[in-house]
Ligand binder design. Structure first.
Ligand code: ATP
Length: 663
């Protein structure tokens, strides 16, 4: 178990901007912080002030253009630093089919060094459950608070499990995004006291926080107050009132200090409208004045005189000049200009802060010379991680007995229904159509049910994967293989149950070879459906889009499989599609499997000029173009499609991971 390193954090003249369609947008502007180790720091500000961006920047999770530096001790963010850092997301993303104890145990299996003994891991988990006060619900399935059917632990307990997941590796730095959002006052207070307790042994904790109550606010040691990406205050919580009093600003009696501060540094409605205009104009004018971030192409736009004036509103303060000169004054000397709620006022506050003793203190805090002693023990290998993830998947299933029963009952019930409908297939010409319809339905149902199931389930699992990717818990491929392995039992059992019920009742051929081939292609269809669903689900950005794209991509596959239209009659320009249609290979194979060796008769009305058109299955197969079908070749082709879909899914997952984590 790693020791806690006492790590101060330095944010040095840090700016961050993102590229938008209209140029660069500055989100954080020359931020300076010196956070001593063992402190609990609150980042507050109005919506859009840049709180999350600052937290993500410290976590090394932003994609954009940055200037300045962020140091942990004397080191910038790196894989080494990542090992002692934990990020607790705002969303409580976890496997809701597991219990808190199971969740924490699997996190410990995945993330603790491979030398950590099982007993030691269990002890760590028990300690976390105890310190977060969630022992009482440790064996209750998490569930989802918003669903009546799947209700499990409460929102506050879920939040603590979320924090607990970040504690398993005993991190020295914890970054928390809005730990109290959605919680009642009492639970929010409890969560914050837990964070406060965690700083006692030297951990540094930085948290964004939204409208904290006074009692919660007072638990913090330092405050970072942001306004429109600029730093208005960084200093001890207990100095806030003195600091603002020097500018003649006093919070009204019984006011929540955090709310008062946010109001003080927010723009009024009127100014916001003005600011929108300024933003639009400043983008086109490339108002960024410094080098680096100011690497904005000089405008191709026309310049309007009035606009030039407004672009000056956020004039940069030359930090280097402040450090190197005698410019620093006593807090009381500076004059605040403008009305509260105006840009001029905020600009004045920023300028005042930059000239204050607090800023001087921040800039003068010494960066430690010694490199931190971080023990990098060997993690569990990828093979073991895949097994742990697979085991976690099966535990999730085991906890959902109802889901297992439903998934196994579904093929049994639909098989009975289909068998009932097709129970009277005759041996004459109309029976040929009925039989083909039945075989088409078998292939289609085995393929589409897994598609829908994956489109429904995978987004939740993908969210957990992305969260765990932020902590570099395991490689993408481990998650993917474990997902395939967890789904496999259903993909084998469901088609088997279906085929076993349908075959005898509908009079399909029953000798072992026919059964084997029918079940084989049903299983292959099911795995293809699941792999196809994975590609769609991982390749689209939201479940809603996946639900639109999935069925519309299935449609051409259904049309070109050889049931709806004779493959010989498809126009040449489109006939190639049948060769990339996995449904066609399954359908052709089970049609050949069923029709080979069958004899057909004719009713009086079916005779054509006194002759029965189709008397053998082989005749029908030749007509459909399925006579020369090779089972093994088709099986191999379907496996190739499955591998392609899986490959694409891994690629899309890696891309999503990169997008989300920057790694
Ligand atoms: N990638 C991006 N592209 C464009 N704009 C962005 C991007 N990331 C952040 N922003 C903008 O930067 C500003 C700060 O965003 P951020 O999420 O850090 O604010 P916040 O203070 O956390 O807000 P909230 O309290 O509403 O979550 C917002 O105006 C946001 O729209």
């Amino acid at each position: 178990m790693s020791e806690i390193n006492k790590i101060p954090i330095f944010v040095k003249d840090y700016s961050f901007s993102v590229k938008t369609k209209k140029g660069y947008k500055t989100i954080l502007d020359h931020i300076n912080l010196s956070i001593p180790s063992g402190s609990l720091v609150a980042i507050i500000g109005a919506s859009g002030a840049g709180k999350t961006t600052l937290l993500n920047s410290i976590a090394g999770r932003v994609l954009g253009k940055s200037e300045g530096s962020i140091l942990f001790g004397n080191e910038p963010h790196s894989n080494r630093i990542n090992k002692i850092l934990s990020y607790v997301t705002q969303q409580d993303t976890m496997n809701t089919n597991l219990t808190p104890r199971q969740i924490l145990r699997f996190v410990s299996d995945l993330r603790l060094p491979k030398t950590t003994k099982k007993q030691e891991k269990n002890q760590i988990v028990e300690n976390i459950l105890k310190s977060l006060q969630i022992e009482h619900c440790a064996d209750t399935i998490v569930g989802s608070p918003e669903s009546e059917i799947k209700r499990g632990i409460s929102g506050g307990e879920m939040k603590r499990v979320n924090i607990g997941m970040g504690l398993v590796t005993n991190p020295s730095v914890i970054l928390v995004d809005e730990p109290t959002s959605g919680l009642d006052a009492q639970t929010a207070y409890l969560c914050t006291t837990i964070l406060k307790d965690l700083t006692k042994d030297g951990r540094t904790i930085i948290s964004t926080i939204h409208q904290p109550r006074q009692s919660i606010f007072e638990l913090f040691d330092y405050l970072v107050l942001l306004s429109h990406g600029k730093l208005v205050y960084f200093g001890p919580i207990n100095e806030i009132e003195n600091y603002f009093a020097k500018m003649n600003f006093f919070p009204p009696r019984n006011t929540n200090l955090a709310d008062w501060l946010i109001d003080l540094v927010s723009l009024s409605e009127e100014e916001l409208k003005k600011e929108e205009t300024i933003n639009k104009l400043s983008k086109s004018l490339s108002v960024y004045k410094k080098d680096g971030i100011g690497l904005i192409e000089m405008n191709k736009y026309e310049v309007d005189l009035e606009i030039q004036d407004t672009s000056d509103e956020f004039e940069e303060i030359d930090i280097d000049n402040i450090i190197n000169s005698d410019f620093i004054q006593n807090d009381s000397n500076e004059i605040i200009k403008g009305e509260v709620g105006t840009l001029e006022f905020i600009k004045s506050l920023v300028k005042y802060y930059n000239n204050s003793n607090l800023m001087k203190k921040t800039l003068s805090m010494k960066i430690p010379k010694q490199r931190m002693n971080i023990h990098l023990e060997k993690p569990v290998n990828s093979f073991k991680k895949t097994l742990i993830l697979t085991k976690r998947g099966f535990y999730g299933l085991k906890n959902q007995k109802r889901y297992i029963i439903e998934r196994l009952l579904e093929p049994a019930i639909s098989a009975c229904l289909v068998a009932w409908i097709f129970s009277a297939i005759s041996k004459n010409q109309s029976g040929i159509n009925d039989k083909t319809g039945l075989l088409f339905f078998i292939v289609l149902s085995q393929m589409t049910v897994p598609v829908v199931s994956v489109l429904y389930v995978l987004p939740k699992e993908k969210a957990v994967f992305l969260r765990e990717s932020m902590d570099s818990a395991y490689p993408t491929v481990c998650f993917f293989i474990s997902k395939v392995l967890t789904d496999l039992p259903f993909e084998i059992l469901v088609p088997t149950i279906f085929a076993v019920i349908v075959t005898p009742i509908t009079g399909l051929q029953k000798n072992p070879k026919n059964w084997f081939i029918l079940i084989l292609f049903c299983i292959l269809s099911s795995v293809t459906g699941s792999a196809f669903g994975m590609t769609i689900s991982t390749g689209t950005r939201s479940p809603e889009i996946a639900l639109l794209v999935g069925p519309s991509m299935l449609l051409p596959m259904i049309i070109f499989c050889g049931f709806m239209i004779d493959l010989n009659n498809i126009t040449k320009a489109l006939s190639w599609f049948q060769y990339i249609d996995p449904i066609k290979y399954s359908f052709a194979s089970i049609v050949k499997n069923e029709f080979t060796g069958l004899k057909f008769t004719c009713t009086q009305s079916e005779l054509v000029q006194g002759v029965c058109p189709i008397t053998t299955g082989e005749q029908f197969l030749k007509l459909k173009g399925f006579y020369d079908v090779s089972f093994w070749q088709n099986a191999l082709l379907i496996v190739t499609f499955i591998l392609i879909y899986w490959g694409l899914s891994v690629y899309f997952l890696s891309k999503a991971r990169k997008r989300e984590t920057g790694r």
